[in-house]
Design a protein around this ligand. Structure first.
Ligand code: MN
Length: 339
């Protein structure tokens, strides 16, 4: 038996800032997400992997047009057609359900729209992929029940057994301040993670990371792999590298082991922040200050402009987002906040 190579990506948030009929023509961030989605799937197109797993938040939200669904599924159907299985976990952004039309339904695309398990035989290995859609209520108390149900699913004990989900697990970290998930009802206890999986593959946490210990220092025999999002979805991710995971699993008598893994980077646009004090300035002064400040920034960046003002009256005189856009290079994406 040979090892199995898995392409694991998650949190692609397709459809984010991608109006299909835009009223105003300007640069959007949506195409960046599709570009990285396509780049992330290249190892599958090149048949360098045995399986593709998406850890959820395929889409940016649940209510989406059919066109967006077909855009997202087009490469997946091609990969499935070429003989590489594609497995999808519905995330919280798609409200735990991935919708397909008849054009996207494919024998070789498997979706965890409910708690399920799929069996594969690849490289003479028996592989079981168990998984469930994002549990949005009280996963902390529900998780043990889910694991019990999975325990009943073994027909033959697989050489490789993986658990796929879209949840926060104790110890996971996000954001510039390293917020750590601990005891909330939406967080799985590290001690509840069973020992008999080759690995836990999860989406949801946008920072790439591997969890191997609980916060009490106890080791998890089945490690948790978060590939992170493929692009920066918020300023909390501004310093994070983005990409996907390639994981090699080796078969054993007890559910397999991870032999090797690699985080593969994807290109990301820089996120910059400019903070201005609005007091004692006219609107023109403020616009001039913005022009001055942005003259040195990366023209390809995603900009967050924060205007700090103590006087409530001055807010009426602040420039509108459109006026700021007019003084920015067209290539910059901007968000604007008055504090
Ligand atoms: Mn997400």
């Amino acid at each position: 038996m040979d090892s199995i190579r898995i392409l694991f990506l998650a949190d692609t948030h397709l459809g984010f800032d991608l109006p299909l009929k835009p009223r105003i023509k300007r640069r959007r961030r949506g195409p960046d997400f599709f570009k990285n989605y396509d780049l992330a799937l290249q190892p599958a197109f090149q048949k360098k992997v045995d399986m593709v797993i998406h850890g959820g938040d395929l889409f940016y939200r649940s209510k989406i047009p059919d066109l967006l669904i077909s855009m997202a599924f087009e490469p997946l159907v091609k990969i499935a057609d070429s003989g590489v299985p594609v497995i999808l976990v519905p995330g919280n952004h798609e409200r735990s359900f991935i919708r397909q039309s008849m054009f996207e339904i494919h024998d070789n695309i498997y979706i965890f729209n409910e708690l399920k398990y799929f069996h594969f035989r690849i490289n003479n290995c028996d592989i079981q992929i168990s998984g469930f859609p994002c549990a949005r209520n009280n996963i902390r108390s529900e998780f043990k029940k889910i694991i019990k149900e999975i325990d009943y699913t073994f027909i033959n004990f697989p050489h490789i057994h993986l658990l796929c989900m879209h949840q926060a697990i104790e110890g996971a970290q996000v954001g510039i301040q390293n917020y750590t998930f601990r005891t909330n009802h939406d967080t799985i206890r590290a001690n509840d993670i069973p020992n008999d999986f080759a690995a836990i593959l999860s989406g949801h946490i946008h920072r790439r990371q591997i969890l191997s210990h609980g916060l009490d220092g106890r080791e998890m025999k089945s490690k948790v792999f978060y590939p992170g999002s493929i692009e920066r979805t918020s300023f909390a991710e501004k310093n994070e590298k983005k990409g996907y995971l390639i994981i090699d699993c080796i078969p054993t008598k007890s559910g397999g082991e991870i032999e090797n893994f690699e985080f593969v980077d994807l290109p990301c646009r820089a996120m910059k922040e400019i903070i201005l004090q609005a007091e004692c300035l006219s609107k023109t002064d403020l616009l001039n200050q913005i022009v001055y400040k942005i003259s040195s920034i990366d023209k390809n960046c995603i900009l967050r402009l924060r205007i700090k003002s103590n006087k409530k009256t001055i807010i009426n005189e602040l420039p509108k987002l459109e006026e700021i856009r007019n003084v920015l290079p067209e290539t910059v994406n901007i968000s604007y906040k008055v504090e």
